[in-house]
Design a protein around this ligand. Structure first.
Ligand code: FES
Length: 98
């Protein structure tokens, strides 16, 4: 199973096929904010991919448009609720909380 490592807490979790980074965080009590409930309507689930960007499903148009509004957005930014996990990945949580 693919593994997601969340920083800065350094929590390593297993992901099932088709799960998003946010799905994995919620199931493992990792504090990753998700104000809109995972519907690509906020930016609180913003994560910065440290390793394994190629192991995430490519960004679709809705995520591209939404993530531009995230504080501190950069080339390695993804929305946790939209990024499906396909292999091992390490992400930095920007907004910690539940
Ligand atoms: S939880 Fe709102 S965009 Fe991801």
């Amino acid at each position: 199973m693919p593994k997601v490592t969340f920083l800065p807490m350094n929590t390593v979790c297993e992901a099932k096929a088709g799960e998003s980074i946010l799905d994995v965080a919620i199931q493992n009590d990792v504090p990753l904010q998700h104000a809109c409930g995972g519907f690509c309507a906020c930016t609180t689930c913003h994560v910065i991919v440290v390793e394994g960007a190629q192991n995430l499903a490519p960004m679709e148009e809705a995520e591209e448009e939404r993530i531009e509004h995230a504080d501190g957005v950069g080339l390695q930014s993804r929305l946790g609720c939209q990024a499906q996990v396909r292999g091992d990945v390490t992400v930095q949580v920007v907004n910690q909380g539940y």
